[in-house]
Design a protein around this ligand. Structure first.
Ligand code: HEC
Ligand code: HEC
Length: 339
């Protein structure tokens, strides 16, 4: 729990560390402030100093209490007003509607809000089957049981790419090793649990176990590396109204995880390939959204798989690129052990 690991937690108690760090990313993006704006200057490069208080941090605690009161007294406790409802990326919310927004094109919004099956749309199974056909067919996809790969990783603030290794085994094991500037980051999904082991400069704890809906989300990402039984990965499949992503028409399909999280999959209307996954995890202050954009599909053992994907979340963005992939190689169990 956050209050057991950190020194000065007064409001956001009772949530695991990964979720707590997710709320910090939510603050930063909703209010348009950097980590060090709400924390003392010395916190840059020193995790212990994040415990110190300053005026913005105190103000933020009041805001959490205010937000919870608004939701409780006006919306039956549903989490409909969040920091983002008022702030929309600026520290001082606009009191006036923006004339540019009124007469300009509507700003793009994050897809992925829960929806029901839209009238006139095909059943989800049809779109999922088309996807399996597009990658080479369910039989070939089922025959791909593992792969290892090497390539490059680029973090949002990084000056250049660094080496990447990936190990994956059906039905949902994945290990990635990024040889970064400040050391090695190892992320493992063993099929049930997941962890991130990172150098002390990058994370407040050396080993971060993932929990709750975030854990379900990374498990889904790992399972999607071997999509032959994609229909079984989620329940309550439904198809929303088609959308446009950049210059691409996409079919939008949504499913629910065992823990009640929502995952949205966008399939290219022309090729049938998976181009985006949007998932989120609940938190006390709002949904923590993560998006994976898949690109550069190439054939491996007769199965088309993305050689590039970009993961964007509320406090970072990572691009993974594979250059060399070896299909169906034995991978020692130790690769998927807790790092
Ligand atoms: C809008 C203000 C705000 C922003 C932006 C923000 N924080 Fe925080 N942070 C807080 C508040 C408030 C607390 C204390 C929460 C509580 O008392 O429950 C906190 C606590 C923390 C703690 C726990 C410190 C301890 O030992 O008690 C860490 C670590 C932390 N923040 C890291 C970050 C990181 C990393 C970022 C950037 C991704 C960030 N924060 C962005 C307001 C903010
Ligand atoms: C109901 C609307 C509303 C909600 C919800 C809300 N805020 Fe605010 N917040 C405001 C307004 C309005 C101000 C500016 C008040 C002013 O100008 O003095 C403000 C000010 C702030 C400030 C001080 C900014 C500065 O530069 O002085 C911080 C930090 C902040 N809010 C963080 C948050 C966080 C984090 C959340 C979510 C937990 C949140 N707010 C939720 C309306 C809201």
């Amino acid at each position: 729990m956050a209050e057991e690991v950190f020194k000065n937690i007064q409001v956001l108690k009772g949530i695991p560390v990964d979720e707590f760090m997710g709320t910090m990313g939510f603050f930063a993006s909703a209010v348009g402030l950097n980590c060090t704006d709400c924390h003392v200057d010395e916190s840059g490069g020193n995790w212990a100093r994040y415990a110190d208080d300053n005026a913005l941090k105190q103000r933020t605690r009041q805001m959490i209490v205010m937000m919870n009161t608004i939701n409780r007294t006006n919306f039956g406790g549903r989490q409909v007003v969040t920091c983002n409802t008022c702030h929309r990326g600026t520290p001082k919310p606009n009191v006036m509607p923006s004339l540019d927004a009124l007469y300009g094109p509507p700003p793009p919004d994050e897809p992925g809000d829960p929806f029901e099956q839209a009238p006139g749309q095909p059943p989800a199974e049809q779109i999922l089957d088309r996807y399996l056909a597009a990658i080479g067919g369910a039989a070939r996809a089922a025959a791909l049981r593992s792969f290892t790969g090497t390539g490059a990783y680029l973090g949002f603030d990084d000056p250049s790419k660094v080496p990447l290794e990936i190990y994956a085994r059906a039905p949902g094991q994945r290990a990635t090793v990024v040889h970064g500037f400040s050391g090695e980051t190892t992320s493992v999904v063993d099929g049930r649990n997941a962890w991130i082991a990172a150098p002390p400069t990058d994370r407040p704890v050396p080993l971060l176990p993932l929990t709750g809906q975030e854990l379900e989300g990374v498990r889904l990402e790992a399972e999607l590396l071997f999509p032959s039984r994609i229909e079984e990965l989620l329940t309550r499949w439904r198809v929303g109204v088609p959308a446009v992503l950049g210059d691409r028409d996409v079919q939008v399909v949504q499913g629910t995880t065992a823990g009640g999280a929502v995952a949205t999959l966008c399939f290219d209307a022309e090729t049938g390939l998976l181009v985006r996954l949007v998932r989120y995890a609940a938190s006390p202050i709002g949904r923590l959204v993560t998006r994976v954009d898949y690109d550069d599909y190439r054939e491996v053992a007769g199965v088309r798989m993305p050689f590039r994907w970009t993961v964007s979340w509320l406090s970072g963005r990572s691009t993974y690129e594979l250059t060399d992939v070896q299909p169906n190689v034995p991978i020692p169990d130790a690769r998927f052990a807790r790092p």
